[in-house]
Design a protein around this ligand. Structure first.
Ligand SMILES: [Zn+2]
Length: 365
C-alpha cells in the first residue's frame, strides 16, 4: 500500500514537472516570437511605398494596419515637382506616420551649374520636410555626358553633391543598378515578376542593350561612391541590387558601416535563397538586424484606376512578408510557384527590421 502511494506521488510529481516545463516553453515562445495574429498590433514601417496622391485613403489604410510610410520621390513617372508638393502636404497632415525622400532631376547634368543647383534643390526638399534624398537607376542606365558616354554614380561631377549630403548627415536612398536578372535573357530570369517588368520595359532590360554598362559596372560605381563618401548615410534600395546573394550583401555591409539595405520588391530573391540554405539566410537577418529595413515598393499613382485593388495588393504583400519573416509556417508563393518556410525571426529582430531601424527617417535632420 505504502509503496503504491509512493509510486502515485512520483507519477503526480512527474506530470506536474512536465506541465511546468511545457508552460515555461509556451511562455518563452510567446515572449520571444510574434505570431500571425500580432500583425495588426505591432508598429511597422514600410520604408519604400510610393504614394503619389493626396487621396487620404492610402495613409488611412496604412495607419489602420499600424504602418508608418516612407515615400521616396523618384526622378521618373509623375513630375518630381508634383511628387514633391504631394509629399510636402502629406507630411504636414501625417507628421508622425509619414516621411518622404526628396529627389533631384539630372536633366541639366551637362550644365556647369548642375551641382550648385542640385544642392539648392536638396535644401528645398529639407525645408519642405524631407527626411532624405532618393537617387535612381537613371544614373548609370540612361544619363549620358556630352561625349555620349554613360554617367555612373561615381562620376566626379556628383562629388560636391555627395560631399554635401555626407557632411550634413542627410540620408540617401539609392536605387542603383538593377537585379541581376536584368542582364539575362527573359527565359533565364530567376524571378517571374522581373520577367514581366522587363517584358513591359525593354528600355531597362540590359540584356537587350549590350552597349550599356554591365551589372558589375553598376555595382562597382555604387561601391566606389561609398568608398569616396564613407560617412554617407546610405540605404541600398532593393537589397542594394545584390538580391541574388546574401553573401555579397554581407560583404558590402561589412565594408561600409553606414550602409543599410531595404528589402523592397526583392523578397522572393531572399526566399529562393532560404529554400536553398535556410540557416544561412536566417543568420544573415540576425547578424545584420540593425541594417535591414522592411519595404514593398508598391506605387500608388495620382489617378489610381482601382484604389481597392492596390490596397488589396498592399495588404497581401504585407501579410505574406509578415508570415515569412515572423513564423516558420510554410506558404505557397505564387510568383515562385513554390512553398516557402518562414524564417521565424525573434521579436527584437522583427521590431528593428519592421520599425526601429526606420526611426532615423522620422527624426529631424
Ligand atoms: Zn521604388
Amino acid at each position: 500500500m505504502k509503496r503504491q502511494l509512493k509510486k502515485w506521488k512520483l507519477v503526480v510529481a512527474t506530470i506536474s514537472m512536465i506541465m511546468t516545463i511545457g508552460f515555461l516553453i509556451a511562455c518563452q515562445e510567446k515572449t520571444t516570437y510574434y505570431t500571425v495574429n500580432d500583425f495588426e498590433s505591432v508598429p511597422k514601417t514600410d520604408v519604400h511605398l510610393h504614394i503619389d496622391t493626396q487621396n487620404p485613403i492610402y495613409m488611412e489604410f496604412a495607419s489602420k494596419h499600424n504602418f508608418r510610410v516612407i515615400s521616396p520621390n523618384v526622378d521618373a513617372g509623375t513630375s518630381i515637382d508634383d511628387q514633391f508638393s504631394v509629399s510636402e502636404i502629406t507630411k504636414k497632415e501625417w507628421t508622425d506616420q509619414y516621411a518622404f525622400l526628396g529627389t533631384f532631376s539630372v536633366e541639366s547634368f551637362n550644365d556647369s551649374n548642375f551641382a550648385d543647383n542640385t544642392i539648392d534643390r536638396i535644401k528645398q526638399c529639407l525645408i519642405a520636410g524631407a527626411s532624405g534624398i532618393k537617387i535612381w537607376k537613371n544614373i548609370g542606365m540612361e544619363l549620358k555626358d556630352t561625349k555620349g558616354q554613360f554617367v555612373m554614380i561615381d562620376n566626379p561631377i556628383f562629388d560636391p553633391i555627395f560631399n554635401y549630403l555626407e557632411v550634413n548627415k542627410i540620408p540617401v536612398m539609392g536605387h542603383l543598378g538593377e537585379p541581376l536578372d536584368c542582364w539575362l535573357p527573359l527565359e533565364e530570369m530567376i524571378n517571374a515578376e522581373n520577367r514581366r517588368y522587363y517584358e513591359n520595359h525593354p528600355q531597362y532590360h540590359m540584356y537587350m542593350h549590350p552597349e550599356s554598362p554591365s551589372y558589375d559596372d553598376q555595382i562597382n560605381a555604387r561601391d566606389n561612391r561609398l568608398r569616396n563618401n564613407p560617412d554617407l548615410l546610405f540605404t541600398g534600395a532593393h537589397i542594394a541590387s545584390l538580391e541574388w546573394s546574401v553573401d555579397e550583401v554581407a560583404k558590402r555591409l561589412d565594408e561600409f558601416p553606414n550602409m543599410n539595405i531595404d528589402l523592397s520588391a526583392r523578397m522572393t530573391h531572399i526566399q529562393y535563397q532560404s529554400v536553398d540554405d535556410y540557416e544561412k539566410v536566417k543568420n544573415f537577418f540576425i547578424k545584420y538586424q540593425d541594417r535591414i529595413l522592411y519595404g514593398t515598393d508598391i506605387t500608388i499613382n495620382a489617378n489610381q484606376a482601382n484604389p481597392n485593388e492596390v490596397l488589396q495588393r498592399l495588404q497581401e504583400s504585407w501579410k505574406s512578408h509578415w508570415i515569412y519573416l515572423v513564423t516558420d509556417s510554410t506558404q505557397h508563393i505564387k510568383s515562385m510557384q513554390q512553398n516557402v518556410k518562414g524564417l521565424k525571426l525573434p521579436k527584437e529582430v522583427i521590431d528593428k527590421i519592421y520599425n526601429n531601424n526606420a526611426d532615423r527617417f522620422f527624426e529631424s535632420i
